[in-house]
Design a protein around this ligand. Structure first.
Ligand code: ADP
Ligand code: ADP
Length: 224
């Protein structure tokens, strides 16, 4: 049984834009899945639906066989999302940012857990810094720490390396691999083939709202 089963997912936005035209996709437990496609293909819409931020027009999402809408609260706490934009308070400290995010999910305050997450992301030395004092790369790390604060086992990363320099990109790749080694299932979107190739176990290619290819990275790359 797949961890997440996406069936017949369609999304038409209020203005008539058909962002998804019937996507079926199974996500396996423990994998790194890259959703590869150009801007406007529907990648963000897809992950936002699975994360419960956008409502689908048609279709369903099952998590471990159960319809996720019927079990929203339980499923939502298993999911972490790192959106493209920065959603942190410039005047908040790194530690408070992560700690607060944990609280939002109704998890008990646990300073040791927050410390552990900050250390894993090499943010411990920066815990007292305010967000506005950090470099772009560090801010991205905080966004990941924030998404991990409630200890989800499924992590979605929307374009984690868009506009990021080469060094930081490698850093992100290492981070994602570490997360997977810890047992987290990772789904990321990207428009860099190179990134999908480097990071993912499987790659799904999305074009104009459709999943046009899905497969083992090596098999897929050989076709391209
Ligand atoms: P829904 O159908 O899910 O309610 P809407 O079409 O009402 O979505 O749009 C939600 C918001 O996103 C609106 O504020 C809209 O202006 C904005 N929006 C419209 N087009 C785009 C776009 N291409 N990319 C991102 N946001 C958009
Ligand atoms: P990607 O992440 O692959 O760039 P998106 O899911 O952001 O693709 O967008 C898919 C399509 O839906 C695009 O045509 C985009 O302009 C449109 N779109 C995204 N969000 C909205 C919105 N809120 N309202 C209307 N159209 C949107």
């Amino acid at each position: 049984e797949p961890l997440i089963r996406i069936q017949g997912l369609r999304k038409a936005y209020g203005d008539g834009t058909e962002a998804l035209k019937g996507v079926d996709l199974d996500i396996r437990r423990g994998e790194i899945l890259a959703l590869l496609g150009p801007n406007g293909a529907g990648k963000t819409t897809l992950i936002n639906i699975v994360c419960g931020i956008v409502t689908a027009t048609e279709g369903q999402v099952l998590v471990e066989g159960r319809n996720w809408q019927e079990d929203f609260r339980r499923v939502r706490t298993r999911i972490g999302l790192v959106p493209q934009e920065l959603t942190t308070d410039a005047f908040e400290s790194v530690r408070a940012t992560v700690s607060f995010s944990r609280g939002l999910f109704g998890k008990p305050r646990d300073d040791a857990k927050v410390e552990d997450i900050l250390r894993r992301l090499t943010l411990w030395d920066k815990r007292k810094s305010e967000m506005r004092e950090l470099s772009g790369g560090m801010k991205r790390r905080v966004m990941i720490a924030k998404a991990l604060a409630h200890e989800p086992d499924i992590l979605f990363l929307d374009e984690p390396t868009a506009g990021v320099d080469v060094e930081l990109r490698r850093d992100m790749w290492d981070l994602v691999r570490k997360l997977r080694a810890d047992g987290t299932t990772v789904i990321l979107t990207t428009h860099y083939i190179e990134e999908a190739e480097e990071m993912a176990d499987r790659v799904g290619v999305i074009r104009k709202g459709e999943l046009v290819a899905l497969g083992d990275k090596n098999a897929l790359m050989a076709q391209m």
